[in-house]
Design a protein around this ligand. Structure first.
Ligand code: ADP
Length: 721
């Protein structure tokens, strides 16, 4: 042995392990290797190599170097950086980075080809087969028989006779090269100015960041497509990554990329089947795949020459990954760009306060598109005061909203009813004993889903058929549904407009990319009159005939003590109302609210984003909250209340005393019980100058959770439950 290789395994272990490099293996940092751990051989990545002279520890040897692409150095650096920042084991982000490398390869396809020998007897059926072989792509025996319109026995006989042979075909069609010579859209003057600024930024090279801040429908997508074209044209090996918050959005953006570059980009999200995931991963690593459009985990792909990252809808909360490895993909996108020496464009109509602050202080370029493209006007926004115009008993749509829907329907235009709540009713209550139905081991109400006839816990996925009797007191037919979800609003809209075509768009009805695409296409084609939707349909889409947006419960997001409640409500409602009137027909939006005087409602009505944000910034600054300070949460959990209590107390004692850091807690988490585990929380606030990750790591190192106790650290928390 002459060198020691440190190998990181894709699992939650605290550190990388040392192995001996077998003679002649000549490893490099980033190589994927098979390394023994206990009785198993595991895939890992070499993170460092050092001279072994003078080391006389007995080390296990690396078994082999895998015949898979190495992780590029910048990807590896990014993985290690992300782990340190999130105060988590480096194997966790590595597991995300290797997801594609570990996906199963596609089995080779069996296809039929001619051998050149002539059949002894040429029946009409055999002639049809030979003829069909000539047209179209290589086919399997069954497909060939179908194409020829004969039974599969005919094909089999020809194979047996040696006229045809089976060949195994690897499905490794290359990713099409984007065609940057296609013409761009004729940009309007403010788009052209923004595109020119972005191109200049790309030309400057190195790490650069920009906020593309434009109202809904202002044509931000066209602008970043231009920047992507510029980056791809400037360097024949350049790669571009576009991050999107939802699969439903991916489809629309894919289509626009395809229209612009004559070829569809690679997609990357949980819905992509393993063999394709594997192909995308390898093609990104080799540089053959140049454009990727994907969800947050695409940030961990092994890019070779990444020149531009676009984060579209950068304010969106779903960029925050809350389970497993906890990270904020928008923030990590900026870090990745820095490591790669690339540019990053954050696009939004309602930027996050964090990003706006960076734009205000000049760390990011700030490009604004103030008007909608082509003279389309922003919708009129009106508030419906539910105290003055309440819906009828047991209904959720107020008379003014119903009247507006009637006018819209009469004109042959579309309505979007927005309610960010899946299912039929958020609560099921027994009118006999008052019991609220909860999941058996979790502190959260069961949501009634009528389409599936089940009660579902949205937190854990637990579900059960709706019982006939109250599980608590046994009374029959005593369960009543409280409050509305999208399914219930669908029912109401259909009852009000029996002839209208009403559809629901939520993650239950658009459960995969194909379903989402189908719903978006039929809405865009005018095949739906009233769409009842959660946030999955509230953003990014263009529906030309949509002229009315009704927000069923505008106050929904304001409840609960969340730092970002007002900001998030503003963003979501601005996005939802922004769906109306995007083309030549003017649109309007009606917000049903019990609190019309609330600053968020007033700002939405006046369409005065800047005044709202200024007030919100002021409050955050006064309290030293993000973006003016840093936050981290600690969640301690365990099945035994006594042990948890004692551990949480010890943990509070162990918190390092550091200037500029305040620790609050432990307190019972609002969600006190999940899957049988009790939960307590700490909240840590720090001044901006403090390295909060280092502080948390030091604290974490001082405590030893034993048994089933668990400590989870969440840097920059978005959920406070
Ligand atoms: P945003 O992303 O800002 O919400 P989009 O890029 O989706 O806006 O643009 C809104 C609509 O205007 C889309 O239908 C888009 O095709 C159209 N559009 C934007 N810019 C142009 C342009 N320069 N020429 C033609 N159509 C455009």
């Amino acid at each position: 042995m002459s060198r020691i290789a440190q190998v990181l395994l894709p699992m939650p272990l605290p550190e990388a392990f040392d192995y001996a490099e077998p003679d002649g293996m000549d490893l490099k940092v980033g190589d994927q290797v098979a390394a023994p751990l206990g009785p198993r051989l595991l895939r890992g990545v070499v993170v460092s190599l050092r001279d072994a002279t003078g080391v006389n520890r007995a080390l296990k040897s690396i078994e082999s170097r895998l015949d898979d692409p190495a992780l590029p150095p910048a990807t590896l650096e990014f993985v290690l950086w992300a782990a340190r920042y999130s105060v988590d084991a480096p194997g966790q982000p590595l597991a995300i980075a290797l997801r594609g490398a570990r996906a199963a390869k596609a089995a080779p396809r069996r296809v039929v080809q001619a051998t050149g020998s002539v059949p002894a007897r040429l029946t009409p059926a055999r002639a049809k087969v030979l003829e069909a072989l000539g047209d179209g792509d290589a086919a399997s025996p069954a497909d060939l028989a179908r194409r020829a319109g004969v039974s599969s026995g005919v094909v089999k006989a020809l194979i047996d006779e040696g006229v045809l042979a089976i060949r195994l075909l690897d499905d490794d069609a290359p990713f099409p090269e984007p065609d940057v010579s296609l013409p761009s859209a004729a940009l309007n003057p403010s788009q052209a100015a923004a595109a020119a600024a972005l191109n200049a930024m790309l030309d400057e090279g190195g790490f650069q960041a920009a906020l593309l801040d434009g109202v809904t429908g202002s044509g931000k997508t066209e602008v970043y497509l231009e920047a992507a074209a510029h980056a791809l044209a400037a360097d024949p090996h350049a790669q571009v990554l576009v991050l999107l918050p939802e699969i439903a959005l991916t489809q629309a953006v894919l289509a626009r990329f395809e229209a612009r570059f004559g070829a569809a980009p690679a997609e990357w999200h949980s819905g992509v089947a393993p063999p394709l995931r594997r192909r995308v991963w390898e093609a990104v690593a080799s540089g053959a795949c140049r454009v990727v459009v994907g969800a947050r985990s695409a940030l961990f792909l092994p890019f070779r020459n990444l020149k531009l990252i676009v984060v579209d809808e950068e304010h969106d909360g779903s960029f925050k990954q809350e389970e497993g490895f906890i990270y904020q993909a928008r923030d990590l996108a900026v870090v990745r760009a820095k490591i790669e020496g690339a540019s990053v464009i954050l696009a939004s109509a309602t930027p996050s306060l964090e990003t706006l602050r960076n734009a205000e202080t000049g760390r990011y370029r700030w490009l604004r598109l103030a008007a909608r493209h082509g003279g389309a006007r922003l919708p009129e926004i009106d508030l419906i005061d539910l105290r003055e115009a309440p819906p009828e008993h047991g209904r959720w749509l107020s008379p003014p909203l119903v009247a507006a829907m009637r006018d819209t329907y009469a004109l042959g235009e579309q309505t979007l009813l927005f309610l960010n709540r899946r299912g039929y009713a958020p609560l099921v209550l027994c009118k006999s004993c008052g019991e609220r139905l909860c999941a058996p081991d979790t502190d959260s109400w069961l949501v009634e889903h009528r389409y599936s006839g089940r009660l579902v816990c949205h937190l854990t996925g637990f579900s059960m058929p709706k019982p006939e009797r109250c599980p608590h007191c046994g009374a029959k037919d005593s369960l009543v549904s409280i409050g509305p979800g999208v399914e219930r609003v669908h029912e109401e809209a259909q009852a009000l407009f029996p002839d209208a075509r009403v559809a629901v768009f939520s993650s239950d009805t658009a459960f995969d990319a194909r379903e989402a695409r189908r719903l978006v296409e039929s809405m865009a084609a005018g095949e739906i009159d009233i769409l009842v939707a959660t946030q999955a349909a509230a953003k990014g889409h263009n529906f030309p005939m949509l002229t009315l947006v009704g927000v069923v419960d505008a106050d929904l997001g304001l409840r609960g003590g969340d730092l970002r409640a007002a900001e998030r409500t503003y963003q979501l409602l601005a996005q939802a109302t922004g769906r109306a009137g995007r083309h030549d027909r003017p649109g309007r939006a009606l917000l049903q609210t019990w609190a019309p005087e609330h600053a968020v409602m007033q700002a939405l009505k006046a369409q005065d984003r800047d005044a709202f944000l200024a007030a919100e910034m002021g409050e955050r600054e006064a309290a030293g909250l993000p973006p003016f300070g840093r936050l981290a949460a600690v969640i301690v959990s365990g099945p035994d209340p006594g042990a948890l209590e004692a551990f949480a107390r010890d943990m509070a004692q162990a918190a390092p005393n550091t200037a500029g850091v305040e620790v609050f807690g432990p307190a019972d988490a609002p969600l006190g019980l999940i899957r049988g585990r009790r939960r307590k929380r700490f909240l840590v606030r720090a001044d901006r100058a403090v390295d909060l990750s280092a502080y948390m790591a030091a604290w974490r190192a001082r405590v030893r959770p034993t048994g089933a106790l668990r400590v989870t650290i969440d840097i920059d928390p978005y959920s406070f439950l």
